[in-house]
Structure formats: C-alpha cells, structure tokens
Write a protein that binds this ligand. Structure first.
Ligand code: TXA
Ligand code: MG
Length: 333
C-alpha cells in the first residue's frame, strides 16, 4: 500500500489535510527547505506517532511550525527584542529560533527541554495548512531518522509510505537544505545547525559574530549528531576537484561539471556554480546516487560561504563513520 498524495495547490486538499491534523493524524507537507511530517503540536498522541513513524529517539525535540509570527505567543513568551527583529527579517523563511517555551507545549515536542524550536515556513501550502488546522504544527523532516531528508513528495511516499495519513505534493523544495537553527536561549546566540539562512545574514542582523555549536556529548539537535543526513552507501569528501575514477562501482557528486569519465554514476550539483542551486539539488542527487547500487560515493567540496556552509555540514555528517546510537539503528531499517 502506498501513501495518499494530493496536490498542495488545491484548496480542497489543504482543507482535507487540516482536518486530518485536527483529528490527530499525520500529514507530510512541503516547506521551502524539505518536506515535513506534521502533527498537531498540542496533541501528544499525534506527536508520539511522529516519533514512531520516523523511528526517532525521544531525546530529539521537534520544530513547531506557525502560520504567522504573530502566533509565537502560543508556544513561547518570547520577551527577547532580538526575536521580533529576526522574525521581521527572516520569517516566513528557513530560520528556526530556539526560545524559552510555554508550559502548555507538550514535553514530547521539546524532549523535556525548557526551550522550543519555532519557525514560520515560507511555502504557501505549509502556511495555508497550518492556518486551516488552527494549531501550531510540530514537524520533523519526513524521513526515517538519520537518513537524507526528502525534497519531493515522491521521496516522502517512498520513505514513509502508508504510515503517513496524507502527503501534500507541492513540487520540489526551493531551498533544499533544512532551516538554520539559532538558539537564543542563553546569553550568547549560537547556531545549532547551519541551514537555509546563511550565517553571514544572521551576523549582520544581530551585529555580532556567531558561534556554530560543536558536537557535544549529548546533542541538543541531531543536526549535532556526528552521523546524520546520511546515505546508506559510504560517502567520502574529496580534497578538491575529482580526478580519475578509482576501481569499483564509484559515484561522483560533482560541483559544477560532470568531471572525468569512468564513474559509474555522476550528479552535478550546480551547473551555474551557485550554492543556492547546489543546496536545492543536494538531497535528491544524494538519493539518486544512493539507489544506484554503488560501493562508494565521492563528493567534491565547495566553498564554505553562504549556503556552502550548510552543504559542507551535511556532507561531513553523511561521511562520518556510524556511531553506536539511534542513527545507526535507523540506517539498518
Ligand atoms: O527546515 C527544517 O527545519 C525542516 C522543515 C520540515 O521545517 N525540519 C527539520 O526538522 O529539519 P528535524 O526534526 O529534522 O530537525 C530539527 C532539529 C533537530 O536537530 C532538533 O534537535 C532541533 O531541531 N531542535 C528542535 N527543538 C529544539 C530545541 N528546543 N533545542 C535545540 N534543538 C532543537
Ligand atoms: Mg531531520
């Protein structure tokens, strides 16, 4: 059996999806970053199903999605003046803010933390859905835990199948990498995960240089887990442009041109050389290589400026050796 997929631009589909959310069901929906697997954030039973379907460990909190920044007070007291400034500039858009939570937000959503991750997605179908549901929507990326995030409705349907009540198809995701997560929970703002809003833009808005959190022993974001966003095929990042193909069935994730011949499969991320194009293509290209029966994927590196930061972050986490932990269990599914 496969998932039910409806076109996201049809008002009747949005209404039906909103009704599914209101009665505690799960809806996969497009955002500008990646597809999300949504549940009513105030319904702990629905949220529990999200964890189950993704095989996601419960120490890993979910991002709460709002239709509008004006709804922020439903999940966070947010007295911080930096919040309104950032919201005005970057919402709707690929920025998640980690803020003090309201006690009404279920513990399962925040993994018992005293903070909540919040964002207003830019995709019109996402906002229409949340608006119509009349409730904030908790949504992780719509993939099994640890695997590459889906950027099309077809990926979602393949990865999660009938475990999802409804999939809204809004076409391929425009940004292609997940939101940047910025924590405003402590004195100093910290980037917990590089993503769709470049660090440089946040630094300019806040007027401070930003730290990017390292890999703590107990991760606050699985974005912080060393092995994450991973293909099942081993992946190695090359030191520079690709050379001749090594022995075996080796695939190439190339930056601007297809590179030398001899690779069993090749994907070009950015024929125009722009990191925005590369980010939009990244996860779909990784999935195609991952399903091509390869022994190894070699990836060309890119400049770590703007979205290049998020791209290299995802590639490094895909490259990291498996750790004994939930990510590894999910990879065996
Ligand atoms: O672009 C995105 O952010 C996508 C779309 C669907 O919105 N969502 C997404 O969700 O990437 P997920 O669950 O795959 O990653 C969310 C990250 C996790 O690493 C989680 O640990 C972190 O957000 N997070 C959520 N709430 C947090 C909190 N209170 N403190 C620290 N990290 C938090
Ligand atoms: Mg994810």
């Amino acid at each position: 059996m496969s998932a039910r997929v409806l076109p996201a631009h049809e008002p009747a589909a949005i209404e039906e999806a909103a009704a599914v959310l209101r009665r505690g069901g799960l809806v996969a929906f497009p955002t500008e970053t990646v597809y999300g697997l949504g549940a009513d954030a105030f319904d702990p039973r629905a949220v529990a199903r999200v964890f189950e379907v993704k095989a996601r460990p419960s120490f890993d909190p979910l991002i709460v999605h709002l239709a509008d920044a004006a709804d922020l007070s439903r999940v966070s007291p947010a007295l911080d003046p930096r919040v309104s400034a950032l919201a005005a500039q970057f919402w709707p858009g690929p920025l998640t803010l980690v803020l003090p939570r309201r006690p009404e937000v279920p513990d399962l959503v925040t993994s018992g933390l005293d903070t909540v991750g919040v964002r207003v997605p830019a995709h019109p179908a996402a906002r229409a859905l949340i608006q119509a549901a009349g409730t904030p929507v908790a949504a992780p990326s719509a993939n099994p835990f640890g695997y590459v995030s889906p950027t099309t409705a077809a990926h979602v349907a393949e990865l999660l199948g009938p475990a999802v009540d409804l999939v809204l198809d809004g076409g391929p995701c425009r940004v292609g990498v997940e939101s940047t997560i910025l924590s405003l929970a402590g004195q100093t703002p910290v980037i917990l995960r590089p993503g769709g809003v470049p660090r440089e833009a946040l630094e300019e808005a806040l007027g401070v240089a930003l730290e990017v959190a390292g890999r703590p022993a107990r991760p606050l974001a699985p974005g912080q887990l060393e092995k994450h966003y991973a293909t099942r095929t081993p992946l190695r990042i090359l030191p520079g442009p690709a050379g001749r193909a090594p022995e075996g069935r080796v695939g190439l994730l190339a930056w601007r041109t297809a590179g030398p011949e001899g690779y069993a499969a090749a994907e070009v991320l950015a024929p125009d050389g722009s990191p925005e194009t590369a980010a939009a293509n990244l996860f779909a290209a990784l999935r195609r290589l991952d399903t091509a029966g390869l022994d190894l994927i070699l990836a060309e590196p890119c400049d770590e400026a703007g979205l290049g930061h998020a791209i290299m972050d995802r590639l490094r986490r895909a490259e990291a050796p498996p750790t004994a932990g939930p990510a590894r269990r999910a990879r065996r599914r």
